[in-house]
Structures are given as C-alpha cells and as structure tokens.
Design a protein around this ligand. Sequence first.
Ligand code: NAD
Length: 290
Amino acid sequence: MEKIAFIGLGHMGGPMAGNLAAKGFDVTVYDLSTPAMTALAASGAQLATSARAAIDGASILITMLPAARHVEDLYLELLPALGAGTLAIDCSTIDAATSIRLADNARARGIAMLDAPVSGGTAGAAAGSLTFMVGGNAGNLARAQPVLAAMGHNIFHAGAHGAGQSAKICNNMLLGILMAATAETLALGVKNGLDPAVLSHIMSKSSGRNWALELYNPWPGIMPNSPASHDYNGGFMGSLMLKDLGLARDSAHAAHADTPLGALAHALFEKHIAAGHGGQDFSSIQQLYR
Ligand code: NAD
C-alpha cells in the first residue's frame, strides 16, 4: 500500500486528509498550525513533528497550501529529501507556471508530480466529493486515482503539467464573475421593490439561472445552509477568491487573452476586501451593493 504524507491541514486539507485516514490509507500529516494538527488527532492519521518527518518513507506526498510561495518554499525544502519514485500531488490553487517549474525540478530528481487543484469547497472536502482538475502524465494520474477517489467524485485529466491549474483558474474566474453578477442583480431587484427570495426563485427557473444563484445564494436568509445565512462565515474566503482572480489576470496577461469581465470582477473583490471583508465568504460581495 502507498504510504501517504499530507502537508497543509487547513479548511480544505484537514478534511481531505481525514477522509484518507477514514478510508484506511496509511497517512502521516503535518501543518505549521498546532490547532490544525490537533483537529486530525482522532482521525487515525499519524501526526508528524515536521514536514521532513512527515515524508519519511512516503511514496506519495500531497500538499494543500494557501499560495504559490508556500508551495514553492516547501518543495524546495522537500524535493532533495524525497525518494526517487515518489509521486507528489499538489492540490493547492497556484499559477500554472510555478506548477510546471516544480514538476520539471521534481522530474530531474526522479520524482513524479501532478498539479491537482480542486473545486467543491469545504463542504466537498468534508463529504469527499471534490472535483480534481489534474495536470501531468496520464500514468501518474492512474497511480493517483485511488487516492484522489477517496477525496473526490470527479477526477478530470486537463492535460500536461500546469493544465490542472489553468482549468481551475478559468473555473474560478467564471465563479467570481457569476457571484458578483448575481449579487448585483439581486440588489437591483430589491431596489425595485422585489422580494429577493421571489426574484431568486424566478431567475432559477429562467435563463439567468446559475450556480451562485441556485446553490450558493449571496442574499442572507434565502438558503438556510449558505454562508450568506450565517453572517458569511465559513465557505470560501473572499481573500482566496481575490487571489484566484489575480491568477486569472496574470494568466490572461501571459497568454495575451482579453478578460475584461475577469478584470472587473477582480476590481470589485479588491474593493470589497480592502473594506475588511477578506476573511468572510466570497458571497459577501453582496454587501458591496447594499
Ligand atoms: P487554509 O489557509 O485554511 O489552509 C492552509 C494550511 O496550510 C494552513 O493550515 C497553514 O498552516 C498550512 N501551511 C502553510 N504553509 C505550510 C508549511 N510550510 N508547512 C505546513 N503547513 C503549512 O487554506 P484552504 O482554504 O485549506 O485552501 C488551501 C488551498 O486550496 C488554497 O490554494 C485555496 O485557494 C484552495 N482552495 C480552497 C477552497 C476553499 O473553499 N477553502 C476551495 C478550493 C480550493
């Protein structure tokens, strides 16, 4: 059986590693944060005292870290210590160029790498129903398949190294645009005297229907389980959405692609987060319009 090291036990990585342990995988975990480690204590995973200790004897390394600088720093530290033949799977959302550079660096040391960012949020991480968008070699993906399947329902091979990140960034640019557009539209309806619940119901059965409106409504009180109905707590932090819209902007620049709606969504989230909302769920963009 593969011996898995899992590093980065935050909102996403914690439940993902917990699912691996619950499904009988041999998992050793590590996070810089003590509370994040403590949360995994009863999961069946082994707790390591450092990242280096976590990878001792590991055949698969999984990382779930905030941003590219964390990923790059950690891999620069760990690559020389990983055994040849190890498969490293980075599930963080970072820029494709960094993923490609790390994969090249790893390959030179006999280590295989996949970029495998996820969609599905904290609920999907807890339920083990994430979507993985994978970049890298198909043979390495086949090796990763049973491990990813323990954490997600949909596993897509997007293409070569970096393609998983490119797909994720496209998805999240669209999500940011849809959420801002949905919030703006609900605010317009309310200012015209409509009940936001009635308007949401009408649009969800009409051509304006979309994921943000139907499954993650940003107006408080419309969906009992949405972050909007819980003071925008939990879910996907606005600061992470701003990070992803920044990644989309940078990738558009590098590819000479025109993304004016992505740029507008970035500007709206930037303004919202500068007003102190970075720690709230990204649907709190609704407050920009109230
Ligand atoms: P998080 O901030 O909750 O967790 C990141 C964890 O990494 C923290 O616990 C931190 O202590 C740990 N960490 C940082 N550097 C480390 C190091 N060198 N060694 C060990 N641990 C280290 O972030 P998250 O919400 O879990 O998101 C992780 C990634 O997943 C991000 O790239 C994010 O964009 C992406 N993502 C998040 C969501 C979501 O809904 N939260 C959804 C999809 C994708």
